[in-house]
Design a protein around this ligand. Structure first.
Ligand code: HEM
Length: 415
């Protein structure tokens, strides 16, 4: 994708110019189009900025960090920067999950959940074929039309459809799971809706987990309910909490990754053709989509002790918003960071986080994206933006395209 095309998107921020304060006030789900100019200025002038005055009156002292090196070292140092704040925010809808734990508790839970998502589990046992069938079924729904909104009709449907088939749930319950996933994400702005979805998911998933515990299978839930460390197992509630995290991850991460990869190809037909012909490029495409628009742009930490980041004092108890999305565009780390370039060397993006909380689902997310993009490239020939169709990248804490209206020529039967 060339810079000219990105500048078209960039113009949006000039039209609706907002400053950092407005951005923070709008909150994590703000549908902002292109905040990267703000982040570039912050990285240059205020890489560790106190945002306390821009937050609600009763909020603790808060800081925002935007440089790659600072975000990486903060995420690495879990002794000084605690994740407990994640538990007190997102934990209210997910329940207790690794993402909001520290130290030994975190290590124990992480050891219990990671086997269920190990590459071996995902590559064996027909899982990959199941994912491909799921992608094909999603495409089957619209392929004969010759047109679709890939964002709604595919990218949003597919990761949750994988979740539903993983759990062996009836396909017609996908819509409901979908809705709960979306509602969970609303918790920061609409706690009642988020909490209701959380409770409904608890009621829905608990009997499924109980049944798997009585008759374990070698699938993901089976691995979760039988995992054991020092004689301890995850309780049903902890497994359900983890599954709610999976719903959240399906609803607000992998879909954005897929959307961004499609957005990049649709904006650069030559790139799409290159990847279509040489499928080894799907992996660098995924990596660059992850870097260019981090699906999760921000993660939160809390200083456990008085400390400093890049020389700026951070008092114990202060929250630190680590801006992964800004860090991934840091010119100190990446050459021409605003360019979408699948050929960039050393693409060490931190979109899956960094350090002890590095995304436990990264293999699953990458496998889903790889299978889905191959299915799109195999089956939607001459894929292009629909005439008059437009698409913008939006979001503050979660980023992806708002729509992807496309047309295509040849409808092929499912593989
Ligand atoms: C493109 C898709 C995804 C992105 C961008 C993403 C991003 C992230 C990030 C940034 C973190 C670190 C959070 C922190 O440090 O506070 C994280 C953690 C985590 N992610 Fe993902 N994720 C994705 C998909 C998934 C999927 C599909 C799962 C499946 C279960 C998953 C499960 C987890 C878990 C369990 C953690 C917590 C790990 C820990 O605290 O030790 N993620 N993810």
């Amino acid at each position: 994708m060339n810079e000219e095309k990105l500048l078209v998107d960039q113009a949006d921020i000039d039209e609706h110019a907002i400053d950092l304060e407005a951005l923070l006030q709008l909150g994590p789900m703000a549908p902002v189009s292109n905040p990267y100019r703000i982040y570039a200025a912050l990285r240059r002038d205020d890489p560790v900025i106190e945002t306390t005055d821009m937050m609600p009156a009763d909020a603790p002292r808060s800081f925002l960090i935007t440089r790659y090196a600072d975000v990486r070292s903060t995420l690495k140092n879990d002794k000084v920067f605690s994740s407990d704040i994640v538990q007190r925010t997102m934990g209210i809808v997910m329940g207790p999950t690794v993402v909001g734990m520290d130290g030994k508790e975190h290590l124990k839970h992480r050891t219990l959940i990671t086997p269920s998502m190990a590459p071996r589990v995902l590559r064996d046992g027909g899982f990959q074929e199941t994912v491909r069938r799921t992608a094909d079924r999603a495409i089957d729904v619209f392929i004969s039309e010759g047109e679709a909104d890939l964002h709604c009709d595919f990218c949003f449907q597919f990761p949750l459809a994988v979740f539903v088939s993983l759990l062996g749930l009836p396909a017609d319950e996908l819509g409901q799971v979908h809705q709960w996933g979306r509602d969970l994400c609303l918790v920061a702005h609409d706690p009642a809706t988020g909490l209701l979805a959380s409770e409904k998911l608890l009621n829905y998933l608990t009997p499924i987990v109980q049944a798997k515990r009585e008759k374990p299978e070698s699938d993901m839930i089976g691995t979760l309910v039988t995992a054991e460390i020092d004689g301890e197992q995850l309780s049903d509630f902890e497994v359900v909490s983890f599954l709610r995290l999976l719903v959240l991850a399906g609803a607000e991460t992998t879909n954005h990754l897929l959307g961004t990869a499609c957005f990049a190809m649709l904006n650069d037909p030559q790139l799409m053709e290159r990847v279509r012909i040489d499928r080894t490029l799907v992996t660098p495409l995924i990596n660059e989509a992850m870097r260019w628009e981090s699906p999760i742009s921000t993660v939160m930490r809390e200083a456990a002790v008085d400390t400093k980041i890049a020389g700026v004092s951070i008092p114990a108890g202060a929250s630190v918003l680590c801006h992964i999305g800004a860090a991934n565009r840091d010119e100190r780390q990446f050459t021409h960071p605003d360019l979408f370039d699948i050929d960039r060397a050393d693409n060490e993006h931190i979109s899956f986080g960094y350090g002890p909380h590095y995304c436990a689902g990264s293999h699953l997310a990458k496998l889903e994206a790889e299978v889905a993009l191959n299915a799109i490239l195999d089956r939607l020939h001459n894929l292009r933006v629909a005439p008059g169709g437009s698409s913008r990248m939006i979001g503050f804490s979660f980023r992806g395209p708002d729509s992807l209206p496309v047309i295509f020529d040849h409808a092929e039967a499912s593989c």
